[in-house]
Design a protein around this ligand. Structure first.
Ligand SMILES: Nc1nc2c(ncn2[C@@H]2O[C@H](COP(=O)(O)OP(=O)(O)OP(=O)(O)O)[C@@H](O)[C@H]2O)c(=O)[nH]1
Ligand SMILES: [Mg+2]
Length: 328
C-alpha cells in the first residue's frame, strides 16, 4: 500500500515472492583413461539463499512496487573429471530497519531490526551428487546421480513498522510537522491546510527518533481522511506526544476523538506513555493559555504549552525529550 502518488512515496507494505536457487544436478561420467573406467561425475553446487538485510533507507521497499518475484541464483551442474558445480550466488534484498517479513506459507514472522542485519528467508536447494559419489566395491561403474533440489519458495508480506521512540499524533494542522522540523533536521512540508503530511516522517533528536504521523480525524478508522493505517508506525514507540492546537474550540473533544481512533486501531496504543502538547499558544493570550492548560490537566498531568515561536516553550520540549531519552 502506498501513501501518495509522487516520487517520494513511501511504500510500507508489499507482497512479494521469493525463491532459493535450485541445486545443480550431479553428473554421470566415466574415466576415459584406459583400464580405469571409474566414475568421474562431479556434484552439483547448492542453490543460493535469499536474505533480507536492514538499511536505514526508509524508502527501500519502493523497489518492490513493480518487480515482485525474486530468486537467488541456481547452483551449477557437476561436470566430468570430478568437477563440482559452483554454488549459486545468494540474493540479498535490502529492506528498511523495522521491516517484518510475514511468511504467508509457513506462518512465521521475521524482523529486521538493525542496519546490516541479515536474516535468512529461503534456503537454496542442495546440489545433487554425481556418480563418483555412488561408487562402491560392488558397483564400480555406477550410473546413479542425483538431481539438484528445488530451493525454498515463499510468499511474503513485508510490513514496515518504524522504529521510533516518540510518536507525534493529533488532528490535521495541530503543528506536528512544524515541531518535528524545529526539533530535528527533518525538512517536512508544513502548511495551513489539513493533511499536509501524507506519509509518516522520521526525525532524529540527538539519537531519539521521532515519528510525525499524518493527521487523524474522527472516523479515520472507517477510512475517513487518510485512514489509520499509519498508526502501525507507532506500534513500537514507547511514548506518544498528542498535539492539540490552541485554535481548538473544544480541547477535550479533540482529545477524545484521537484517543478513540487509537483505541480502535489497537488497545496497546492507548496504554502508551502520553504527553499532551497545547500547540500554537502564540495565537491566544496568556489568560487563555492558563485556562486551556487547566482544562487539559483534567485529563493528564503531562501537559505542556508550546509554540514554535516561543523559545522558552521549545526549551521545555527539549528538556522533556532529553528526559524521555534518558529513560530508554
Ligand atoms: N502561529 C503558529 N502557527 C503554527 C505553529 N505551529 C505550526 N503552525 C502553523 O500551523 C499550520 C499547520 O502546521 P503543520 O506543522 O503543517 O501541522 P501538522 O499537524 O503537521 O498538519 P498535518 O500534516 O496536516 O497533519 C502551518 O501553517 C504552520 O505554520 C505555532 O506554534 N504557532
Ligand atoms: Mg504534518
Amino acid at each position: 500500500m502506498f501513501t501518495c502518488l509522487n516520487d517520494s512515496m513511501l511504500i510500507d507494505e508489499v507482497k512479494i515472492k521469493i525463491a532459493g536457487g535450485k541445486g545443480g544436478d550431479g553428473y554421470v561420467a566415466f574415466s576415459k583413461i584406459k583400464f580405469e573406467k571409474g566414475p568421474t561425475g562431479g556434484d552439483g553446487g547448492d542453490g543460493g539463499n535469499v536474505y533480507l538485510e536492514g538499511t536505514s533507507n526508509l524508502t527501500a521497499l519502493n523497489k518492490f512496487r513493480f518487480k515482485k518475484e525474486f530468486s537467488a541464483e541456481d547452483g551449477v551442474d557437476g561436470k566430468n573429471k570430478l568437477l563440482h558445480g559452483r554454488k549459486g550466488k545468494d540474493l540479498i534484498l535490502k529492506v528498511p530497519t523495522g521491516t517484518i517479513a510475514h511468511n504467508l506459507i509457513n506462518g512465521k514472522d521475521l524482523e529486521v531490526m538493525k542496519v546490516n542485519e541479515k536474516v535468512l528467508l529461503a534456503k537454496g536447494g542442495k546440489g545433487g551428487r554425481g556418480n563418483y559419489f555412488f561408487r562402491s566395491p560392488t558397483n564400480t561403474t555406477p550410473k546413479e546421480y542425483e538431481k539438484g533440489k528445488e530451493g525454498e519458495k515463499f510468499n511474503l508480506f513485508l510490513e514496515l513498522q518504524f522504529i521510533a521512540d516518540v510518536g507525534l499524533i493529533g488532528l490535521p494542522s495541530a503543528g506536528k510537522s512544524s515541531l518535528l522540523n524545529l526539533l530535528t533536521k527533518a525538512d517536512v512540508k508544513v502548511a495551513s491546510y489539513p493533511f499536509t503530511t501524507l506519509e509518516p516522517n522520521l526525525g532524529d533528536f540527538y539519537g531519539l527518533i521521532i515519528a510525525d504521523i499524518p493527521g487523524l480525524i474522527e472516523g479515520a478508522s472507517d477510512g475517513k481522511g487518510l485512514g489509520i493505517k499509519f498508526l502501525r508506525h507507532i506500534k513500537r514507540t514507547k511514548t506518544l506526544i498528542h498535539c492539540i492546537s490552541s485554535e481548538s474550540e473544544n480541547l477535550l473533544n479533540d482529545y477524545k476523538v484521537i484517543r478513540k481512533e487509537l483505541e480502535r486501531y489497537g488497545k496497546d496504543l492507548v496504554k502508551k506513555q502520553e504527553y499532551i502538547f497545547l500547540t500554537k499558544i502564540d495565537l491566544i493570550d496568556e489568560k487563555e493559555v492558563k485556562e486551556k492548560i487547566k482544562e487539559l490537566k483534567k485529563i493528564s498531568a503531562n501537559v505542556l504549552a508550546v509554540s514554535i515561536y516561543d523559545e522558552d516553550s521549545i526549551e521545555e520540549v527539549k528538556k522533556l525529550l532529553n528526559k524521555i531519552k534518558d529513560s530508554i
